[in-house]
Design a protein around this ligand. Structure first.
Ligand code: PRP
Length: 206
């Protein structure tokens, strides 16, 4: 299931991150603002349960989240969405997955895993600005499900149809929230029109 954020401010910031003339400062700031929209949308479906609350005037009904939220940034670029996610859900726990896509083979190399407990009352939001072939997301989802995650949403800035199709086929219960669905992957596995390599642009590597 793909859910697209539709908001004029998000469209403006997508333009900033797509622009090859945006430096790392502008890129990071715009990506974090996109993250606010995407993370808000990625938590919209979560169920709540009623709780009694005393206002200064009387008792009324309030709500609390049913799930414990675990935000999972995929290193490195996913770190760009961590602050926005914690602004949206200050009580979230945080797990880290380190994955690197080999640029020549597009195969995924695992290099880090550190995760809070996951069970049927956990809602995981995977943070990664780019969903290209879906190889990294697939690797992350397999690890997360093996560790006990059941309710999972992927929050990204830009998705390619090929990656969305792969996740939808392999993991039909996983939601994907994106700010944009781009046209396709090019011969090198880059999203086009895209924005280049989010990690390199945000952190100054090449
Ligand atoms: C990029 C991006 C995703 C992945 C997307 O990360 O941030 O994690 O590639 O590609 P895929 O859908 O084809 O797997 P990269 O491996 O370049 O690491 P980085 O974040 O450290 O730059």
């Amino acid at each position: 299931m793909l859910i697209l954020v539709e908001h004029p401010l998000c469209a403006v910031d997508l333009t900033v991150v797509r622009d090859q003339g945006s430096d790392h400062t502008a890129f990071r700031a715009a990506m974090q603002r996109i993250g606010l929209h995407v993370c808000l949308q990625a938590t919209r479906h979560l169920p709540v349960e009623p709780v009694a609350v005393e206002t200064p005037l009387e008792q009324t009904t309030g709500y609390r989240l049913y799930h414990r939220i675990v935000a999972v940034p995929i290193l490195r670029a996913g770190l760009l969405f961590l602050d926005p996610m914690l602004q949206v859900v200050p009580t979230a726990y945080v797990g880290f997955i380190g994955l690197r896509r080999q640029e020549d083979t597009l195969q995924v190399e695992h290099y880090y895993w550190r995760m809070p407990p996951l069970d049927e009352r956990t809602a995981v939001v995977v943070l990664d600005p780019m969903l290209a072939t879906g190889g990294s997301a697939t690797a992350a989802l397999l690890q997360l499900m093996q560790a006990g995650a059941q309710e999972i949403t992927i929050a990204c800035a830009i998705a390619a149809p090929e990656g969305v199709e792969r996740i939808a086929t392999m993991f039909p219960a996983v939601r994907i929230v994106a700010a944009a669905l781009d046209r396709q992957l090019n011969a090198h596995g880059f999203i086009v029109p895209g924005l280049g390599d989010a990690g390199d642009r945000a952190f100054g590597t090449e």
